[in-house]
Design a protein around this ligand. Structure first.
Ligand code: E4P
Length: 219
């Protein structure tokens, strides 16, 4: 399973990129709004930091508007993936963008049927939202399993991005369930790296090293 970062904060993206773990970036209007920056300028900077696909979401709710918004964004780089909400109009836009060879990421997917429709419309990626389903007492991980099973059974090559990831256990569950990608908040990336026994172990090795040096100096 590949790892994307779900962030519009260039400092976070740069830091995660420096670990060498990133295969791409997803943004959304909430994350972009938090930066207070111009979307296009921000997108250009993210494209400079990373080498993989960068999802940029449209705000229009009609297919014509979505395609119109998508075109100048896609012109920035062939790595810009247009993020389209999973709606009736969204599917029309995905279909039209696919015909133009523009990659799409269908977002706000909450059912296997939505994922199937998005894939058949020509989506490059579908993003089932694990955490938001869990929040309403549904099983987000089960949705990933279902979509992965259906896609593999029917030879669908649309990639599944496990989105709305809230904690490291979600990441393991997404990987075990057959997601191709998990898009992770920076906080979750940090949690995945850290382990208290690792910190304790490093402390202990350093202390033993210093003790051994002190003992050696005595003789
Ligand atoms: C995915 O592409 C979305 O940006 C994201 O994962 C949404 O997550 P949230 O439910 O934490 O807002």
């Amino acid at each position: 399973m590949k790892l994307f970062i779900d962030s519009a904060d260039v400092n976070e993206i740069r830091e995660a990129q420096s670990l060498g773990i990133l295969s791409g970036v997803t943004t959304n209007p909430t994350l972009v709004a938090k930066t207070g920056r111009s979307f296009v300028e921000l997108l250009k900077e993210i494209l400079e930091i990373t080498e993989g696909p960068v999802s940029a979401e449209v705000l229009s709710t009609d297919a014509d508007g979505m395609v119109k918004e998508a075109e100048p964004l896609a012109a920035l780089s062939d790595r810009v993936t247009i993020k389209i909400p999973m709606t009736w109009e969204g599917l029309k836009a995905v279909h039209r963008l696919a015909q133009k060879g523009i990659p799409t990421n269908v977002t706000l997917v909450f059912s296997a049927n939505q994922a199937l429709m998005a894939a058949r419309a020509g989506a490059t990626f579908v993003s089932p939202f694990v955490g938001r389903l869990d929040d309403i007492s549904h099983d987000g991980t089960q949705l990933i399993q279902q979509v992965a099973h259906i896609f593999s059974l029917h030879g669908i090559d649309t990639e599944i991005i496990a989105a709305s990831i809230r904690h490291p256990v979600h990441v393991i569950q997404a990987a075990e369930s057959g997601a191709h990608i998990a898009t992770l908040p920076f906080k979750v990336i940090k949690q995945m790296v850290n382990h208290p026994l690792t910190d304790k172990g490093v402390e202990r090795f350093l202390a033993d090293w210093e003790n051994a040096k002190r003992e050696a100096a005595k003789v």
